[in-house]
Design a protein around this ligand. Structure first.
Ligand SMILES: C[S@@+](CC[C@H](N)C(=O)[O-])C[C@H]1O[C@@H](n2cnc3c(N)ncnc32)[C@H](O)[C@@H]1O
Length: 231
């Protein structure tokens, strides 16, 4: 059941444990995946300075897709962490839940978290925000992506994996209430058009159109990329 509080705590991490070695090629190996990867990296680089005054955490770092932009990474799937460590031997990685970080109070300048919130129940997402509030210094930034609530209302999601895969969606008002120690610094949309259904040769043009539509009609985009600042 979507959002079932009785669902096994670590089902998402168990799933990613099983698909760890195939994850990168499967999700980001085609032109659609490369578009998403490039959009997210561009947003990350533009929003979180490369060398903020303090440590940066890649939360639910997976195989380390973006860990070059961080000092440390956390994930629950050991197989994903192994790949992240191999790719970034100079970074520190730890196996931990996104709801309880093995990190000291007020030690981070920035946190980013891609493709995790969509799998979490609201109580877990609240705990994630509480951990971010505890570990970030005042003024620190938390970057997170969520499926857009309005888009989900118009086009309901059918989960195919154990009821948790991408089952949640949020709007800015809900995030504000869940993260009371943060202000929303900025928000942008990603993916308005079904780019994966567009013939490959038309995708560059459609991607430009998609960006323009996301700027004009942000709440309607599939994903919301949100930057929150610790007060
Ligand atoms: C879709 S992958 C995203 C990985 C990476 N952030 C990226 O964007 O490529 C989701 C990741 O979240 C991790 N994960 C799932 N539940 C978690 C939890 N409760 N705490 C920490 N990590 C979790 C999974 O193991 C997986 O590596």
């Amino acid at each position: 059941m979507p959002g079932d509080p009785q669902a096994p705590q670590h089902s998402a991490a168990d799933y990613y444990e099983r698909i760890a070695t195939a994850y990168r090629a499967d999700r980001f190996g085609n032109s659609y995946g490369r578009f998403i990867d490039a959009e997210e990296r561009r947003w990350l680089q533009a929003t979180l300075p490369a060398r903020p005054p303090g440590l940066v955490l890649d939360l639910a770092c997976g195989d380390g897709r973006f860990s070059d932009h961080a000092d440390v990474g956390i994930d629950l799937a050991a197989g994903m962490l192994r790949l992240a460590r191999d790719a970034h031997p100079d970074r520190g990685f730890a196996r931990a839940d996104a709801t309880a970080w093995p990190i000291g109070d007020a030690t981070l300048a920035g946190v980013f978290c891609f493709h995790l919130a969509m799998h979490l129940r609201d109580d877990q997402l609240r705990m994630l925000f509480a951990e971010a509030a505890r570990c970030l210094t005042p003024g620190g930034l938390l970057l997170i992506d969520v499926p857009g609530r309005l888009r989900r209302r118009l086009r309901p999601h059918r989960s195919d994996i154990a009821g948790w895969h991408g089952h949640s969606a949020h709007d800015l008002g809900e995030l504000r209430r869940m993260a009371p120690l943060f202000t929303i610094e900025s928000a942008r949309g990603m993916l308005m058009l079904p780019l994966h259904r567009v013939p490959v040769r038309w995708r560059p043009l459609c991607a430009r159109l998609d960006r323009a539509l996301c700027r004009l009609l942000r709440p309607l985009a599939s994903y919301q990329l949100i930057a929150l600042r610790r007060t």
